[in-house]
Design a protein around this ligand. Structure first.
Ligand code: PLV
Length: 331
């Protein structure tokens, strides 16, 4: 479905903001879930990627776009380009589940599987830009993506109304496009004092490693099963925000087991299946990260409503969930 604002048509929808009684009980304050899993393409990615594709449409000529992805940016790019009638080549690593390839092809995208992790696929996408003159679509690193992603927060502020202000925002971090969008959205609505809890998994923790080192570091490998968080290097803008005084970003890491436990609990309690990348966010509630931050004095003991960005993700189905259970419960 295409929606309209007063300026232009865009591809994302206004998603539900649900109060969760079960999660509120876990964390001891009201929890609002921003249900980005309901977006066309299955994740928040359509906000930024859809907006970027629209804005770059005139540059694409008849050659089209090339998008590197862990899976969800690809789903968004395939959706947007199909609506626009522009060809797209998607480059994904072998770690993206095969059923995603089928879904991308069903939407008319040409799919190339290159390398083991997203950074390998991205190198091939950049080569195609040079060799074939395709227009590059990054999954997270572009100001237009951040602008598109910022609508998540402006939309939430409109839904909550002027009297409600979150105590904190919980998100996942891959390359940092969601983080940059959320910071921009907080600026737009005057919520810059609202802390962001930026979640990653062990082995896909490029922001956390950089925050600890005080400089941008590149991970040797992606060892987490949360492949959609698997950028080896965080974007410069996201790192800069983590170091700046204008916004509070608390970088936290959970294990794959905690992320898996979170998606299982979310499925049981909310009846929604999301992927591991989103499980990292949810684990902050289910595995007590928020409580720990309160105990350390990094968050107030009496915390305002927690805004949880349910980023969603298509790299999961019942069979994939069983595979993850077997892999991770053995360890
Ligand atoms: N996934 C990107 C990057 O992968 C992609 O290509 O799909 N939650 C979900 C469900 C995601 O798919 C992603 C990013 C994130 C969170 C993190 O967003 P980011 O990259 O903007 O920090 C390698």
């Amino acid at each position: 479905m295409l929606c309209c604002d007063n300026m232009a048509e865009y591809f994302h929808i206004n998603t539900p903001l649900l109060e969760s009684a079960a999660m509120s009980k876990h964390v001891g304050t009201t929890v609002y879930l921003k249900m980005e899993n309901f977006q066309p393409s299955g994740s928040f990615k359509i906000r930024g990627i859809g907006y970027l594709c629209q804005q770059l449409m005139s540059e694409s000529n008849d050659k089209g776009f090339v998008c590197s992805s862990g899976g969800n940016a690809a789903m968004a790019a395939a959706y947007a380009t199909q609506k626009m009638g522009v060809p797209v080549t998607i480059v994904i690593p072998s770690s993206t589940p095969h059923f995603v390839v089928q879904r991308l092809e069903d939407q008319g995208a040409s799919v190339k599987i290159v390398g083991k992790v997203w950074d390998d696929a991205n190198a091939e996408a950049l080569r195609l830009v040079e060799a074939e003159g395709l227009v590059y679509v990054s999954p997270f690193d572009h100001p237009l993506i951040w602008k598109g992603n910022s609508t998540l927060i402006t939309e939430t502020a409109t839904t909550l109304g002027p009297t409600v202000r979150p105590g904190a925002v919980l998100i996942s971090v891959g390359g940092g496009g969601l983080l940059c969008g959320v910071v921009q959205g907080l600026k737009d609505v005057g919520w810059m004092d609202v802390p962001i809890i930026a979640m990653e998994t062990v082995g896909a923790d490029c922001l956390n490693a950089s925050v600890k080192a005080g400089r941008i570091v590149t991970l040797d490998d992606i060892t987490s099963e949360a492949k959609s968080l698997g950028a080896k290097t965080v974007s410069t803008k996201a790192f800069e925000y983590s170091q700046s005084n204008e916004v509070t970003i608390i970088s936290e890491v959970v294990t794959d087991q905690q992320a898996l436990h979170a998606i299982e609990t979310f499925l049981d309690e909310e009846h929604v299946l999301v992927e591991m990348a989103c499980g990292a966010t949810l684990a902050a509630v289910y595995s007590g990260v928020v409580h720990r931050l309160q105990a350390k004095g990094l968050l107030p003991l009496i915390l305002g409503p927690l805004l949880v960005i349910v980023c969603g993700g298509s790299n999961i189905d019942a069979a994939q969930l069983s595979v993850l259970k077997q892999k991770l419960h053995k360890n």
